[in-house]
Design a protein around this ligand. Structure first.
Ligand SMILES: Nc1nc2c(ncn2[C@@H]2O[C@H](COP(=O)(O)OP(=O)(O)OP(=O)(O)O)[C@@H](O)[C@H]2O)c(=O)[nH]1
Ligand SMILES: O=C([O-])CC(=O)C(=O)O
Ligand SMILES: [Mn+2]
Length: 624
């Protein structure tokens, strides 16, 4: 029976045998512990070749050639340096039911994660990875999350047999020799192994998108390891992203006193000098990228993008929370992106972009639902067939673009500042067609943690599963927290105590409230700047609010709605607090909290009881 090799020696003293060093032919100066670990993975997976990635343009060019030859990508003639990848139709999104947290103690994974015993998982994976890379190239990708050497940054090495993953990692992380050199003599790097699980027999022809119907996306929080098998898609395979930067990093953050979050990061400034640094957590496909690239419709304001998916935050010497975006690019949702919804993203995608599962036009451009009102004639759908609307959309609903951050026209000039930016406001949001108001402010930090812990949202195509169903997605981290979510809530409560007066203010937003015909009540996108302006005003102490049972709402006239031409009834609806509906929701919140048992911080119970008491007052007043 094969089991996985042990986690790499963290002491960097495991000098490999001379034979081993020859066999994986590591670059000069690679840390011996890394070389020994790479050797152990090569011994297990038996690749035909091993290639250490240096992150250069020459390497990029050769990856592109390899993928063109294999049919994994085709050029997009209308956009220089751009390519379209069509995945296997069965490999199109994150798979939450195949994602595992293998902590020694099931309690450490908590009730919201799929727990597996690490020993038995090592056995299962050992069998799957045994010979899994036969006939393929094993790529070794040293990478840094955050600028190499930065005080909030972290290092890792991903091993993969997918050139698509290597190319995507080139865009999404800082790959190459500087990262490898930074790992010399330190044990603080995360080992991550990925295989598409499709070994090639001698002379066997490859397919365009190799993958395996058996899938495991496995995390070992104690040893900080990631092993992913079978899928080549996004968050299942680019292991630096969800697997490391959220699941493993959240565990590191708990142990080291910081926060690893599923958030966008932006700065909004006014000509008169007002500035707001904001981090926002919305579940997958609920508007982070769009908000991060927003073009304000109200005069005087500018938004600069700092990040669109992941934020790492640490208390700084000044007692404030300092944040970086650890990524190097954007892996964004294509459908819905258009000149009217997100002109910044459209400009960013003009060149040097990898598109996955979008449609192609007859004249060699990409297309997706929402890019234009009418689908152009002669479309080829995401599976490479002539588009037939009877078979579904032309682009897959989770079609994505992969593009470097520095290609974004609104990227902040200091987006790579190693120390990050000081956070003024944290925003939580979800997709709620009813009940949840456009914006509210939490009364204090603990109430804010309650607001984050009780986010719920309609499910989207970003993960396999029923689209549209409402589920609780605390902090937009339900699929991404690497440990017991009850302990995670407690970590957030503690962070507030530690930050005290330096703590950011906390808000919730909902752009997705709908009318009876199913249309959105709020215009959204660039108009969301109006909400951010109110948030900036609350942080500065200049904008008026009214305290309600569920939090502080904008006072009459405090939110600038000039020129929007909204029906007053619509405005009322956007801010209505339906006590009966909220009381019903609290039953669900209580049941959700109940599963955490003793790990649920008492502060959240206190908040729940307070909100319920306030709602009961309103309700009995209305009833009387
Ligand atoms: N109605 C409305 N839709 C929006 C708004 N912002 C974003 N969307 C839509 O929501 C979908 C997803 O938006 P994104 O910004 O890509 O979501 P995300 O949170 O970055 O998604 P992930 O990359 O999966 O984490 C797109 O179809 C957008 O058009 C908004 O303000 N109003
Ligand atoms: O990780 C992915 O595949 C895409 C993503 O950003 C998300 O789902 O939040
Ligand atoms: Mn995301």
């Amino acid at each position: 029976m094969t089991i996985l090799p042990a986690a790499p020696s963290r002491a960097a003293k495991a000098a490999p045998s001379p034979a081993a060093r020859r066999s994986v032919s590591a670059p000069e100066g690679a840390d011996p512990a890394i070389v020994a670990w790479v050797q152990s993975v090569a011994d297990l997976t038996e690749p035909a070749r091993v290639q250490w990635c240096d992150g250069t343009d020459a390497e990029w060019a050769s990856l592109v050639q390899t993928m063109l030859d294999a049919g994994t990508i085709v050029p997009v003639p209308k956009r220089p340096g751009s390519y379209l990848a069509r995945s296997n139709p069965d490999d199109v999104a994150r798979m939450e039911d195949r994602t595992f947290i293998c902590a020694e103690d099931a309690d450490d994974a908590g009730p919201t994660n799929n727990w597996r015993d690490p020993q038995s998982m090592r056995q299962v994976l050992g069998g799957l990875f045994d010979g899994a890379m036969r006939g393929r190239t094993m790529y070794v990708i040293p990478f840094s999350m955050g600028p190499v050497g930065g005080p909030i940054s972290k290092l890792g090495v991903e091993i993969t047999d997918s050139p698509y993953v290597v190319a995507s990692m080139h865009v999404m992380t800082r790959v190459g020799t500087p990262a490898l050199e930074a790992m010399r003599g330190t044990s603080d790097w995360v080992p991550a192994v990925h295989s598409v699980g499709a070994p090639l027999a001698e002379g066997e022809a490859d397919v365009a998108w190799p993958c395996n119907p058996t899938r495991y996306i496995s995390h070992f929080p104690e040893t900080r390891e990631i092993w992913s098998f079978g899928s080549a898609y996004g968050g299942n395979a680019l292991l630096a992203k969800k697997c490391f930067a959220l699941r493993i990093a959240s565990v590191q953050a708990r142990d080291e006193g910081w926060l690893a979050e599923h958030m966008l990061l932006l700065r909004m400034t006014h000509d008169d000098g007002r500035t707001l640094h904001l981090a926002g957590a919305f579940p997958s496909a609920c508007g982070k990228t769009n908000l991060a690239m927003l073009q304000p419709t109200i005069p005087g304001w500018t938004v600069e993008t700092l990040g669109d998916d992941i934020v790492w935050m640490r208390p700084g010497p000044d007692g404030r929370l300092w944040a970086i975006n650890p990524e190097n690019g954007f892996f964004g949702v294509a459908p819905g992106t258009s000149e009217s919804s997100n002109p910044t993203a459209m400009a960013m995608l003009d060149k040097d972009t990898i598109f996955t599962n979008v449609a192609m036009t007859a004249d060699g451009d990409v297309w997706w639902e929402g890019m234009s009102k009418e689908a152009p004639e002669g479309l080829i759908d995401w599976q490479g067939r002539p588009h037939d609307p009877a078979r579904g959309p032309a682009a897959h609903p989770n079609a994505r673009f992969t593009v470097r951050a520095d290609q974004c026209p609104s990227i902040a000039p200091d987006w790579e500042a190693p120390e990050g930016v000081p956070i003024d406001a944290i925003v939580f949001g979800g997709r709620r067609p009813t009940q949840v108001p456009l914006v509210l402010q939490a009364r204090d930090w603990e109430h804010g943690v309650y607001v984050g812990a009780t986010i719920s949202s309609q499910q989207t195509a970003a993960a396999e599963g029923p689209v549209g169903e409402i589920r609780r997605d605390p902090f937009a981290m339900l699929p991404f927290c690497g440990y017991n979510m009850g302990d995670y809530f407690a970590h957030w409560v503690d962070m507030g105590h530690r930050l005290g007066r330096g703590a950011p203010k906390i808000f919730s937003v909902n752009w997705f409230r709908r009318d009876d015909e199913g249309g959105f009540l709020w215009p959204g996108f660039g108009e969301n700047a109006r909400v951010l302006e109110w948030i900036a005003g609350r942080v500065a102490g200049t904008a008026a609010g009214i305290d309600t049972a569920i939090g502080v709402l904008p006072a009459e006239g405090a939110l600038d709605l000039a020129g929007l031409d909204l029906d007053p009834a619509v405005v009322d609806e956007l801010f209505e607090v339906d006590a009966k509906a909220w009381l019903a929701e609290l039953v669900d919140v209580e049941a959700f909290f109940g599963q955490f048992g003793r790990s649920l911080p008492t502060g959240l119970v206190r908040q729940l009881n307070h909100v319920r008491w306030r709602l009961e007052q309103v309700h009995s007043a209305v009833a009387a």
